[in-house]
Design a protein around this ligand. Structure first.
Ligand SMILES: *[C@@H]1O[C@H](CO)[C@@H](O)[C@H](O)[C@H]1NC(C)=O
Ligand SMILES: *[C@@H]1O[C@H](CO)[C@@H](O)[C@H](O)[C@H]1NC(C)=O
Ligand SMILES: *[C@@H]1O[C@H](CO)[C@@H](O)[C@H](O)[C@H]1NC(C)=O
Ligand SMILES: *[C@@H]1O[C@H](CO)[C@@H](O)[C@H](O)[C@H]1NC(C)=O
Ligand SMILES: CC(=O)N[C@H]1CO[C@H](CO)[C@@H](O)[C@@H]1O
Length: 439
């Protein structure tokens, strides 16, 4: 009996030892669960590496860490991401973007008409849901979740290529304001791409996790997400390691595109003042818009940039005849000018921040950490406005475009069981919250 016990004991000991040695000397297993950020304008995929404890945001062949949320249909193929975007000029009516604004939502005809007026593609109502009309060789409709699935499939492939293992499971983020139906349709998009969703996590919670705020002693976290077209502000409360969304507010008509538009209008007006006419050619306007956009990005790092754009202007000669004039439009744009042109828009950022503080019954000083998400939070003046309002620096060490995917990847690591600490649940659902919208 005692002998048997000893044999059994040694067997267990051997097993434990093998496990221990395995852990010590075998290469760490490849992550099998990915984190997905299916954004309105960009998507990213990330993984948590248990070996190093680091998050890696996966790039494409060219090292780009996010893909545009664009899917284009041609007679022979469906193109997602960068490839899809390449068709946006030549095939605008079949190049679908912003599908996230339509996913899992019920519309009345008037609202849908208003929402879809600003897109070059056609959106129709099918039993209350939005569908996109595609006309290549045939005419057919596609759902927002189908568009989502093509983007997710692209990211699944990027992850599989990079990691060298098949990926079938994921964690995905959604805006905190998404209701059950929007969450369900987002999951459906992933299922269509062959991915099982282990958990859906709110984007602001993911961003807070990217900063490790789930591991440190903080109570009130304010997340400001300023993207291309929308501003979302969320107040999170951390209780016993779990995040609870206390209040949400935003402006669904404020973002980087609006700041670019002001600079673009200014540039158009400068052309008119110098040459008497504005550019009319579609390609010229497109080129000017792109140059202005690039200038805006550069103004985050430098205080002035020189805009150089070749243009073809239709002018009337002395004999009254129309003639085309080729010019090189040169204009210095300063950061100060950019800030002046957008002063009223930048100020609008504070309204939703004040609202979430009021709803959460908090003063500025009671906010422990401020987390910035979205490319437009790089704009120095915007950081300054937020810093002045709170009297302290926001948390900015994580790339604001990758903060959400970084947090989702951490959550994916937790779900994949590769997290060294046992943190499992991270969020308390809050079904009764309403979002205040300013716009
Ligand atoms: C689409 O139509 C073009 C000409 O109209 C034809 O050449 C092409 O083969 C068609 N493609 C498909 C996939 O049917
Ligand atoms: C239309 O939508 C309603 C609820 O949104 C659903 O109950 C019904 O089955 C749908 N009808 C069709 C034909 O899909
Ligand atoms: C969402 O999906 C869950 C689980 O499949 C289901 O119980 C729930 O009724 C769905 N809700 C909506 C609004 O579609
Ligand atoms: C912006 O910066 C990039 C890289 O530094 C440079 O190539 C580009 O010409 C700049 N664009 C403008 C409009 O200044
Ligand atoms: C301003 C700033 O960087 N604040 C905080 C960012 O988040 C970490 C927690 O991960 C804090 O330690 C910093 O103080």
């Amino acid at each position: 009996m005692a002998g048997e016990m000893t044999i059994l004991g040694s067997a267990i000991l051997a097993l434990l030892l093998a496990g221990y040695l395995g852990q010590q000397y075998l290469p760490p297993p490849k992550p099998r669960v990915v984190g997905l950020d299916l954004g309105t304008t960009f998507c990213s995929v990330g993984v948590f590496h248990p070996g190093t404890g680091e998050v890696e945001v996966i790039g494409d062949d060219k090292g780009r860490k996010s893909i545009p949320s664009v899917v284009s249909f041609t007679a022979t193929d469906i193109h997602a991401g960068h490839e899809g975007q390449d068709f946006s000029d030549s095939n605008p009516q079949n190049t679908i973007y912003d599908a996230k604004r339509f996913i899992g939502k019920l519309f009345d005809p008037d609202t849908l008409r208003q929402e879809s007026a600003r897109y070059p593609f056609k959106v129709i109502l099918n039993n209350g849901s939005a569908e996109f009309v595609v006309s290549t060789n045939q005419t057919f409709t596609v759902t927002p979740e189908f568009i989502g699935s093509r983007l997710l499939l692209q990211m699944k492939k990027m992850a599989e290529k990079h990691l060298g293992v098949p990926i079938e499971k994921a964690v995905i983020s959604v805006p905190a304001e998404f209701d059950d139906m929007q969450r369900n349709y987002t999951i459906r998009a992933a299922n269509l791409a062959g991915l099982e969703i282990l958990r859906v996590i709110n984007e602001p919670t993911a961003a807070a996790m990217a900063y490790g705020l789930h591991k440190v002693d903080v109570f009130n976290v304010l997340v400001v997400d300023l993207g291309g077209g929308t501003l979302d502000v969320s107040l999170l409360n951390k209780q016993g390691g779990m995040f609870l969304t206390r209040a949400m507010a935003g402006n669904n008509k404020l973002g980087g595109q609006d700041f670019s538009q002001r600079l673009f209008q200014y540039a158009m007006e400068q052309v008119r003042q110098k040459y008497g006419v504005s550019p009319t050619l579609k390609e010229d306007i497109h080129r000017l818009r792109q140059a202005v956009d690039a200038a805006k990005l550069n103004l985050t790092d430098v205080s002035s940039v020189l805009l150089r754009v070749p243009l073809h202007l239709q002018t009337t000669g002395p004999d009254g005849r129309e003639e085309e004039q080729h010019i090189l439009f040169l204009e210095t744009l300063t950061r100060e000018l950019f800030e002046d042109l957008n002063a009223d828009l930048f100020k609008k950022i504070l309204a939703p921040i004040e609202t979430v503080l009021e709803e959460g019954h908090l003063s500025q000083e009671e906010v422990d950490e401020i987390v910035l998400v979205g490319g437009s939070t790089r704009i120095p003046r915007i950081r300054q406005i937020i810093t002045e309002f709170f009297g302290k620096e926001p948390n900015t060490s994580v790339d604001p475009d990758l903060a959400v995917v970084t947090g989702v990847a951490i959550q994916a690591g937790i779900m994949g069981g590769s997290w060294p600490l046992q943190v499992s649940a991270i969020e308390v659902p809050n079904k009764h919250l309403r979002k205040t919208n300013f716009s």
